[in-house]
Design a protein around this ligand. Structure first.
Ligand code: PEP
Ligand code: MN
Length: 335
């Protein structure tokens, strides 16, 4: 429930609403706005009878939030959230960021060369998996801690923060030591215990949309992280499963402007996993920026044909540099 105060409501009236909400056993979050204050009620399970609050002086009206999320919604938090990763800002009116790197960290030579190449072409963050959620158990599973170490060293040398996936709670402490941003993969979007744990950390989270998740389920997953206290969440559209088999997934572009209407959190797109085909990555990256994404994450490999995972959708260095040039027209001049 959201309690919207009159424009001229006084502080004592806000305090009284908060006191009444708390006396009912709920938490009240005061949300200052440009021209009026709102008070969000959290901690309720289902509908709350609003008679006790709606007749208090200074209250304009009460909005019942029927969605399974509240903290992530725009109604609750009208201003855009801008996530900081070191000096980098993601979200709001900031220019779109480009995150690039291999699907998996494979070797020192591979990750250092990729870090330098993507930095030179204009990427502002390095990606690379060390713990990989592979479809089959015989597939390359990632280098584990060695991969984390190589990723963070390559990022440091290139001057790029790094994002890498954490698959389970038991890995969190280790992965947090090396990662600037923790990635929760599509297959773990509804690993609620993991979401609760990353919510307790003071580290940005890149939450990928599950391949079969609706937008409500996606936002409800993000809500788990915010409820636990961590507000630094970046959403990522990475394609959903449809009847189409010509592409690996179907890139749901409408989700970008829709999420920007419904939520204050930044949203980026991953055209590599969304299409599964390297030739489709540059045009779909541009499409993501055109519809308003706060960033694009793509897979880049020195020799995609030899990649241990996701080679077909990975760009080589020349293709990545060409993509960056092709995006110039869509990025602000300063980008
Ligand atoms: C990845 O980023 O390499 C990855 C496994 O992505 P997703 O979870 O979207 O499949
Ligand atoms: Mn991948």
């Amino acid at each position: 429930m959201l309690i919207v105060m009159d424009k001229q409501a006084r502080q004592e009236q806000v305090d009284e609403v908060v006191a009444v909400v708390e006396s009912l056993g709920y938490q009240a979050k005061v949300i200052p706005g440009a021209d009026r204050v709102a008070i969000g009620v959290v901690g309720n399970q289902g509908y709350i009878d609003d008679t006790a609050v709606s007749r208090l002086t200074g209250v304009s009206h009460v909005i019942h939030v029927t969605k399974p999320y509240k903290l992530v919604s725009r109604g609750f938090h009208p201003e855009d959230t801008v996530v900081s990763v070191g000096e980098l800002r993601i979200g709001g009116d900031q220019p779109p960021v480009i995150i690039a790197g291999p699907c998996s960290v494979e070797s020192e030579e591979q990750i250092f060369a990729t870090a330098q190449a993507v930095k030179k072409a204009g990427a502002v963050m390095l990606r690379g998996g060390a713990f990989k959620p592979r479809t089959g158990p015989h597939n390359f599973q990632g280098l584990g801690e060695t991969g984390l170490r190589l990723l963070s060293e390559a990022g440091r040398e290139a001057g790029l923060p790094v994002v890498t996936e954490v698959m389970r709670i038991g890995q969190l402490e280790l992965v947090s030591r090396y990662a600037d941003v923790l990635q929760i993969g599509a297959r773990n979007m509804q690993n609620f215990d993991l979401l609760k744990e990353v919510g307790l950390l003071d580290k940005p989270v890149l939450l990928k949309r599950g391949m079969c998740a609706s937008i409500d389920e996606f936002l409800a997953a993000a809500e788990y992280i915010l409820v636990a206290g961590n507000q630094q969440v970046i959403l990522c559209e990475r394609g959903i499963r449809t009847f189409e088999t010509a592409t690996r997934n179907t890139m749901d572009l409408a989700v970008v402007p829709l999420i920007k209407e419904q939520s204050h959190l930044p949203i980026i797109v991953d055209p590599s996993h969304a299409t599964g085909k390297s030739s489709l990555v540059p045009p779909m990256a541009a499409a993501g920026i055109v519809v308003g994404a706060h960033g694009v994450m793509v897979e880049v490999h020195p020799r995609p044909e030899t990649a241990l995972s996701d080679g077909l959708q990975s760009l080589d260095f020349a293709a990545f540099a060409a993509m960056m040039r092709s995006l110039e027209g869509y990025l602000p001049a300063s980008g």
